[in-house]
Each structure stands twice: as structure tokens, then as C-alpha cells.
Design a binder for this molecule. Structure first.
Ligand code: PLP
Length: 420
């Protein structure tokens, strides 16, 4: 077990999700290539979690780097209010063509949380623009995670999620159990009816709840939500920030589940992990509620850096790579490797479940005390893996080669076994 004390020279940088007093110093990264991070001391780590699930083509894919450089030479940034540019126009059209159903209207912003906020705002105003007031609350699900801003924290799991500290200080939402069976479906529908006049929409991560515990649910669960929403005219929002762009083996989880939402949020792998960009995509029905001769019916939102041209160029190049290179086959290969190499983890003391789907592999423990020492052991062994709560998970870049993937999985198991 190795821990190091916080480095005073780095104390000005307030780090994410970090107790600054006690957490070991962060590791300085000086370069990154393919699936590898190179540290200042010369060590190399295989990135087992794609830099928070973004770097699907690996670091510094030349096609994306070229596209961004070219765009920086033309127009690095320009406001989207009253002006437009080809990278954003092209990207919106391509996303509309790729997304399921008629999610044809793309509103850009710069982070996943903000795209969820925009989706919520769209749903609330969808009702207001029809003259219906009071529908301001969302039904979200236990185990869900949708971001760290005030409104997005309110649709996270209020009890076990990372934002439970804020319970009571947030907009009041309606948190339900996922409708995974007949009983929970009946309870879910009863809840929708009991609060009918207050509900603006239903929000979920489709098929996999990520930061809430890497929990999987079925297409039937989403189908049940879709039917319940259709019966009541409620917008269904899929947060595809984690699942979007191939992580589950199809471009979007909605496609895999065969269920189309009314609003969908995307970010993370949208630019292949190159620059910050996100979007809320709306169906024709949602968009039409804003289409009016009344100026007041417009969506009053406009983040300064929305649709940044360099970020859009990165995203367009990333979509090129999904067309030109066999990304979804690579995800299928990662899934097969998980099926082959992860099951032995079931014998490790303290492991309560091992599961995988697409390019997500999960080892669920009964608990992870002293998690910092486990993280340090992963680094010592040459892999970058960041367990949280009781979850150890792998979400490698899709381009990882067979031998690196075997090394990643086997090392993860060996370190966990030693540590357990
Ligand atoms: N929604 C989901 C499903 C996520 O996984 C995340 C980030 O992990 C977010 C929203 C928030 O995105 P961001 O960190 O870009 O604000």
C-alpha cells in the first residue's frame, strides 16, 4: 500500500470529489497516446476508464487532432447567437440523422450536467408553452445519476447517491424505483397518476445507471416507462451521456433497447474525449411547442461557449471515425473479453456480483474500505482504474488491443484479489 501526502505546490487546484486535506496528491500526466497515459516520473498507465468515459478512440487520434487544428486556424470560437458556422450545422444534422426516432433538434452546450438542465428546462417549458402551468417536477429513479449542478443533483438518487448531503436543499423531485417488474411498474404508474398535475417529465439513464452504481436494467423496463409516459402524454428523457456513442455496442442505448425518448442528452464521448461539448436533442413534438409567433415561447438559453467550433470539429471527426473504423465491432470484442476473463472475479472474497455489458465491466464488492490504497495499488501495477463506493469497473477506450485488454482485466483482478 502506498499513499503520498498532498503536495503543497498543488494546493491551489481544487480537485473534483476530493477531500483536499487527506487524499494523496494527484498524478501529473505529461502526455497521452492511444490507451496510455504517461506520468511525469516516466511511468505509463493503461487507461481502464477512458478518462471518465470519454476517450473512445484513444488519446490523440490523428484524425480528430487534425480536424481541431484545422478549425483552430479558421475560427476557434464564435458565439452562436445570431451567427452560425459549418461545424455546428453539420454536427447537428449528423446527430439528428444518427439518433433514434425524430430527435432532430439539437441544442448544444458545454457539459453533460448543463445538457440535463436544458432537457429539464425544455420539458418544463413544453408545458408552459401549451398554457399548462405547475408541471415543474421530474420523476427520476433510485440509483440514478445525472450531474453535479443544483437541478441535476435533484434528479440523482437522494439516499445513496453522491449528493445525499444536499437532500432537503434541492428542488423536490419524485424518486421512483425502476419499473423492472409488474409490482414496481404498478407503483410507478400509480405515482405518475397521484402527482399527475405536477410532473414535467420522466428522466432515466437507459439500460445502465452509471455513477449511481453501474446497475443494469432491461429494455422491458424502458418499454414500461415509454408506455406509461405515452398513456399520460409525458416527455420521456434519456440521459445518454455515459451510454451514448457506442459504449453498450450500439451507437445509443435507446437503439439497443428499441425505445425512443422525447429528449436525449449526450456528451462525454461526443468529441472522442477531445474537447468539452454536450447536447440536448428534442423530438419534433417537443420542438413544435417552441415554434411560435410569440417571442416568449422561445427557449431562453444560450451558454456562451455553446457549439464551440473546435469542439464541433472534434465531434464531427469523431463521428467520421465511427463510420470509417470498426468501433462497434471493437466494443463487441471487449464484451467477449469481459465474458471470458471477468467471471473468475466471483471467487474473490468480498465480491458480490460480476457483470458486463458492451464495453463496461463491473466487479461489485460488499464494501471498499481504504479505497485509496486500492487505487494506489492499481497505479503501481500500471493501470488507471478508479473504484467508487463498492464498485470496481472497467470502461476502456474501444481501440484497446487484445493484449492490452487482457493485461488490463487480469491486472485488475490480480490487484483486487491481493487487496481483498
Ligand atoms: N449524466 C450522466 C449519465 C453522467 O454519467 C454524467 C457524468 O458522469 C453526467 C450526466 C454529468 O456530466 P458532466 O460531468 O459533463 O457534467
Amino acid at each position: 500500500m502506498k499513499t503520498s501526502s498532498p503536495d503543497p505546490a498543488r494546493q491551489h487546484l481544487w480537485r473534483p470529489y476530493t477531500q483536499m486535506k487527506t487524499t494523496p496528491a494527484a498524478l501529473p500526466v505529461v502526455s497521452a497516446e492511444g490507451v496510455r497515459l504517461r506520468l511525469a516520473d516516466g511511468r505509463e498507465l493503461i487507461d481502464g476508464i477512458s478518462s471518465w468515459w470519454t476517450v473512445c478512440h484513444g488519446y490523440r487520434h490523428p484524425h480528430i487532432i487534425e480536424a481541431v487544428k484545422d478549425q483552430l486556424d479558421r475560427v476557434p470560437h464564435v458565439m452562436l447567437g445570431g451567427l452560425t458556422h459549418d461545424p455546428a450545422e453539420r454536427l447537428a444534422a449528423r446527430l439528428a440523422a444518427l439518433a433514434p426516432g425524430d430527435l432532430n433538434h439539437v441544442f448544444f452546450c458545454e457539459s453533460g450536467s448543463v445538457s440535463v438542465e436544458i432537457a429539464m428546462k425544455m420539458a418544463i417549458q413544453y408545458w408552459i408553452n401549451q398554457g399548462i402551468h405547475g408541471r415543474t417536477r421530474f420523476v427520476a429513479f433510485r440509483g440514478g445519476y445525472h450531474g453535479d449542478t443544483i437541478a441535476t443533483m435533484s434528479v440523482c438518487d437522494p439516499d445513496e447517491g453522491m449528493h445525499s448531503l444536499f437532500a432537503g436543499s434541492l428542488p423536490r423531485q419524485i424518486i421512483a424505483d425502476l419499473p423492472v417488474d409488474a409490482d414496481s411498474r404498478a407503483r410507478f404508474e400509480a405515482l405518475l397518476d397521484a402527482q399527475a398535475g405536477e410532473i414535467a417529465g420522466v428522466m432515466t439513464e437507459p439500460l445502465v445507471q452509471g455513477a449511481g452504481g453501474m446497475k443494469f436494467h432491461t429494455p422491458e423496463t424502458l418499454q414500461a416507462m415509454r408506455e406509461a409516459c405515452d398513456a399520460r402524454g409525458l416527455p420521456l428523457i434519456f440521459d445518454e451521456i455515459m451510454t451514448g456513442f457506442g459504449r453498450l455496442g450500439t451507437l445509443f442505448a435507446a437503439e439497443k433497447a428499441g425505445v425512443t425518448p422525447d429528449i436525449m442528452t449526450v456528451s462525454k464521448a461526443l468529441t472522442g474525449g477531445t474537447l468539452p461539448l454536450a447536447a440536448a436533442m428534442a423530438s419534433k413534438t417537443i420542438f413544435n411547442a417552441f415554434w411560435s409567433d410569440e417571442a416568449s415561447a422561445a427557449l431562453m438559453h444560450g451558454p456562451t461557449y455553446m457549439g464551440n467550433p473546435a469542439a464541433c470539429a472534434a465531434a464531427n471527426a469523431s463521428l467520421d471515425l465511427f463510420e470509417r473504423e470498426p468501433r462497434l465491432q471493437q466494443v463487441a470484442a471487449i464484451e467477449r473479453a469481459f465474458a471470458r476473463l471477468l467471471p473468475p472475479a466471483r471467487d474473490i472474497p468480498g465480491v458480490v456480483d460480476v457483470r458486463w455489458q458492451g464495453a463496461i465491466g463491473v466487479i461489485e464488492m460488499s464494501g471498499l474500505p481504504a479505497v485509496e490504497s486500492l487505487k494506489a495499488d492499481f497505479v503501481e501495477a500500471g493501470i488507471w482504474v478508479r473504484p467508487f463506493n463498492n464498485i470496481i469497473y472497467l470502461m476502456p477506450p474501444f481501440v484497446i488491443c487484445d493484449s492490452d485488454l487482457e493485461t488490463l482485466i487480469n491486472t485488475c483482478l490480480a490487484v483486487t484479489r491481493r487487496w481483498a
